[in-house]
Structure formats: structure tokens, C-alpha cells
Design a protein around this ligand. Structure first.
Ligand code: CU
Length: 497
């Protein structure tokens, strides 16, 4: 219906224009061509002036009206350390080009008005004016030198890479059609190696090389979380086509190129909450975020920084949005502690794991903390609690300790030496497979071999009793392989302290 109205209106306007042209033609014939032409010229010249005023008022007015939705003005002050310098570059350029814009438009339309057709006027013939040439060469040169020098200085401040001895947090963003894969280095602070040949969409989307131990703690969060006032280096890359890593509020923008990692360093200076508080001062942000819920949260409360792709990379381009949260260091540490490494969640002890069956440094370190806490709590519980020695392993059907048990047993030795005069019992357990008596004997000799190891380590003033329980004290079912594995165990009980 609307389309029909638009078409009819256009046809009607066309008819009107044709009719007016015909009337003008007929009138010209009646009144004489020259008189009509002079009148037309005057009218057109006057319209030029009206247009000039209207146009300039519109340009300035619309810029003023929309200033609060433009980056760098009103509520959209930069949220990064370098952003202010970039914004001022834009403003200075806008200042000079604005002057040129206004002057050239005034000249353009004023001259059309002033020099409209006049039969009495004769054209001036100007061959050359050195003065003019100098003026229109020197002024732009000075302005451009000023702009370029300022621009270069800002560029040199923003673009260099981080110094190797500077403190910074490194994160990685990989663009693909149509999302970003984010990666953080984990507690070691280093991102692990990648190789595109290892990319596997089901369990290795980034092509991480698992034999590189730096990959072990890398994690892939769904949002960017960063601490305020700390330098960040983003490693930016792509898996298919060109994308662009764009954080508008931080004035960070860099192409993501397949095969050629780029980077951008920046320092966020406002937490999400601080930015919201600034938005709160503006009436356009004090309206309900969801118009259908007038009493719901307001726009400023729902604000979030965001990551976008600023390259038109395909039809799902818009869905590359990711949220960015800037928080205080404390909250950041808390968030970090909650993240789980991709390797540990998806790769650990699978066939893709080059360290399958080995103990990793990180597991040994975690286990040390856990063992200490179990030991202390058993000490408190006065013999009511039993400590599982989870990392004590034996050769199959033998009491020979596996090499990796030494970490656990060395830790046990340290704990015993710091708690003298206690009496402990080492308990060996087996599953129900095989002969009962053999199991009893095996568990006894296993408990003894743990005791011997500890004694060799030099335990002083701690009495250790070794006792085998065979298959008599299962803690899980013996029907399944997992259950049997749980039942084959070595325990430590504190008998007295
Ligand atoms: Cu994209």
C-alpha cells in the first residue's frame, strides 16, 4: 500500500514538473526570452543563498543534536589510557577541516549569487598571481605538517609493542565466521604454541600443540574480563577471512589476518561500573532498557563494553559480538580462579594427550596443597578421618612403588616431620580380584613398602604402623573397573598425636 502511494506521488510530482516547464516555456514566448531568463537567474541565485544558510544550519545542528551518540563526546569518553590522544587527533582534524568546509561552502554559494548572469559585467582575465599561489600552498602545508606531526607522535605512542620487561597481560582473539575464540594464558602467563594443522573443530578449535606445556593451563572464556589500570596485549588472528578486532569504547581496532598475527596493546582505565555511572548522568540513558518493561532496569544499568568485528566478513558478521567486562584486580583474580583450562577439560588423559598417564607439574602442585589440607584436617579430627594417598602407585601385582609416587610420599614425610610424636597407620587395600589371602599379603607388603620409603626419608619421632587390609574394606563397588580402581588404595590414619 505504502509503495503504491510513493509511486503515485512520484508520478504526480513528475507531471507537475513537466507542466511547470511547459507553462514557463509558453510564458517566455509571450513575455520575451531575455526577461524571463534574467528573472530565473535572480531567483536561482537567491535560492543558492537560502540553501547555503539552510545547509550550514543543518550540518552544525545535526552534529550538535547527535553529539552524545558519537565516540569521544558526552557520555562516550574513552575508557582506555591512549583513547584520549586519539580522540583529540580526530577533534583537531575536525576543527581544521570544519573551517575549510564552512569557508568553501560560503564561497561556493556566495559566488554563485554574486556573479549571477549580468549582461553589463565583463570577465576579469587573470593569467597568474604569485601571491595567490603562495597563500594556497603555504597555508595547507603548515596545517598538514601540524596534523601529520601530531598524528605521528600519537601513532608512535600507541602502536609500538610492549617492552619485554614491562608488566602486561596477554590475551588472544581468533576471529572466524562467525565468532571470536578467546584465549587466556592461565597462571603461567604464557600462551601456548599453535599449529593450524592441529585444528580440529571437535576438540582443538585453535590448533593448540599439546606437547607445549604452556598450553596446559590456557583457557577459553566466553567473555573478555580484564583488570582496570593494567596493560593488556591482545594477540589478534583469524582462521578464515579478514576480520577486525574492534573495542570501540577503548579505541582499539586492528585487522585480524589469517596466518599473520597482529597485536594491540592498551590499558583500560574505567571499570564497567564506573562507565555505567558516567552514562547515568545523561537523560537518554535514564530510560528503561526494555521499553516493554517500564519498571525494569535502566539503560545505563544494562550497559556493557563490547567486542565487535569491524570487517564486513560475511552474512553472520553481526553475531561476532562479545561482551567485555572491566573489573577491579580482586574481582579479576576471583574470575581467573574459576576458569578451567581447555586441556584439562577436554584433552587430559585422552588419546590426544602426550602426557597421558604422567603427572603434570600443575597436578603435583595442586595435590601438595590438597594433601596438606587433608592431613591437617585428619590431625584435627583425632583419628576420625583417613587421608587418602591419592598419588601413591604400585607396579601391577607388586609392592614396588612407581617412580611418580615419590612426590606424594616426600610431601607426607615433610608433614610428618612438622608434626612430631604422632602415631600413624599406613593401610594397604586391594580390590576383590584374585585370591583373598594373596590380596591380604599384597596389601600388607604394599603398606610396608610405603613405610620403608618414609623411614628412608628420615622420619624422626613418628611411629609408623603398616597394615594390609586386603579386600576387606572396599569404599566402592568391585563390579566396575572404576570402582575397583578406587578400592585399590593406600591410606594414612593418625592413631594418636
Ligand atoms: Cu568478522
Amino acid at each position: 500500500m505504502i509503495g503504491l502511494i510513493v509511486i503515485l506521488t512520484i508520478i504526480l510530482l513528475a507531471v507537475i514538473v513537466v507542466q511547470i516547464a511547459r507553462i514557463t516555456e509558453i510564458a517566455a514566448k509571450i513575455r520575451g526570452e531575455e526577461e524571463v531568463e534574467a528573472q530565473n537567474n535572480n531567483r536561482t541565485a537567491f535560492y543558492c543563498l537560502v540553501f547555503l544558510v539552510g545547509f550550514l544550519v543543518f550540518c552544525v545542528g545535526s552534529a550538535w543534536y547527535y553529539k552524545n551518540v558519537m565516540l569521544g563526546y558526552g557520555p562516550h569518553d574513552s575508557a582506555s589510557a591512549h583513547g584520549g590522544a586519539l580522540d583529540s587527533l580526530f577533534n583537531i582534524t575536525l576543527f581544521f577541516t570544519g573551517i575549510v568546509f564552512v569557508l568553501t561552502h560560503i564561497a561556493l554559494f556566495w559566488f554563485s549569487y554574486k556573479y549571477r548572469d549580468d549582461k553589463t559585467r565583463v570577465a576579469t582575465f587573470l593569467v597568474h598571481s604569485t601571491k595567490l599561489e603562495v597563500i594556497w600552498t603555504v597555508i595547507p602545508t603548515i596545517v598538514l605538517i601540524f596534523l601529520v606531526v601530531r598524528g605521528l607522535r600519537v601513532w608512535n605512542d600507541i602502536m609500538p609493542d610492549v617492552d619485554p620487561d614491562e608488566a602486561y597481560i596477554e590475551i588472544e582473539a581468533t576471529g572466524y565466521q562467525f565468532a571470536w575464540d578467546l584465549r587466556y594464558p592461565g597462571p603461567d602467563g604464557f600462551l601456548g604454541e599453535r599449529n593450524f594443522r592441529k585444528i580440529n573443530l571437535s576438540n582443538n578449535p585453535l590448533g593448540q600443540v599439546w606437547s607445549d606445556t604452556k598450553n596446559i593451563d590456557d583457557f577459553q572464556p566466553s567473555e573478555i574480563v580484564l583488570p582496570v589500570d593494567e596493560q593488556v596485549r591482545v594477540r589478534i588472528t583469524a582462521k578464515d577471512v579478514l576480520h577486525n578486532f574492534y573495542l570501540p569504547h577503548f579505541r582499539v581496532k586492528m585487522d585480524a589476518v589469517p596466518g599473520l598475527p597482529t597485536y594491540f596493546k592498551f590499558t583500560p582505565i574505567k571499570t564497567t561500573q564506573e562507565y555505567r555511572e558516567e552514562l547515568r548522568k545523561y537523560p537518554e540513558w535514564q530510560v528503561p532498557a526494555d521499553p516493554s518493561e517500564p519498571n525494569g532496569p535502566q539503560r545505563w544499568e544494562e550497559f556493557n563494553y563490547e567486542l565487535a568485528c569491524a570487517e564486513l566478513c560475511g552474512k553472520g558478521h553481526y553475531s561476532m559480538r562479545r561482551l567485555v567486562r572491566i573489573v577491579e584486580r580482586e574481582e579479576y583474580d576471583q574470575w581467573l580462579a574459576e576458569q578451567q583450562s581447555y586441556y584439562m577439560l577436554n584433552i587430559r588423559n585422552t588419546d590426544d594427550d602426550p602426557f597421558k598417564g604422567d603427572l603434570l607439574k600443575i597436578e603435583i602442585a595442586d595435590r601438595k596443597v590438597e594433601l596438606k589440607s587433608d592431613f591437617m584436617s585428619a590431625l584435627e579430627a583425632d583419628g576420625q578421618e583417613v587421608v587418602q594417598l591419592k598419588h601413591v602407585f604400585f607396579e601391577t601385582a607388586s609392592s614396588r612403588l612407581q617412580e611418580i609416587s615419590k612426590y606424594e610420599l616426600d610431601n607426607v614425610a615433610t608433614l610428618m616431620n612438622t608434626n612430631e610424636n604422632i602415631v600413624v597407620e599406613l593401610r594397604g587395600h586391594t580390590d576383590s580380584t584374585g585370591d583373598d589371602d594373596l590380596n591380604m599379603a599384597l596389601s600388607q607388603s604394599r603398606a610396608e613398602s610405603v613405610r620403608n620409603y618414609l623411614l628412608e626419608k628420615g622420619i624422626s619421632n613418628v611411629s609408623i604402623v603398616a597394615k594390609g587390609y586386603g579386600e576387606t574394606a572396599p569404599v566402592d563397588t568391585n563390579e566396575t573397573a572404576e570402582g575397583r580402581q578406587v578400592n585399590r588404595r593406600t591410606e594414612l590414619k593418625i592413631l594418636s598425636k
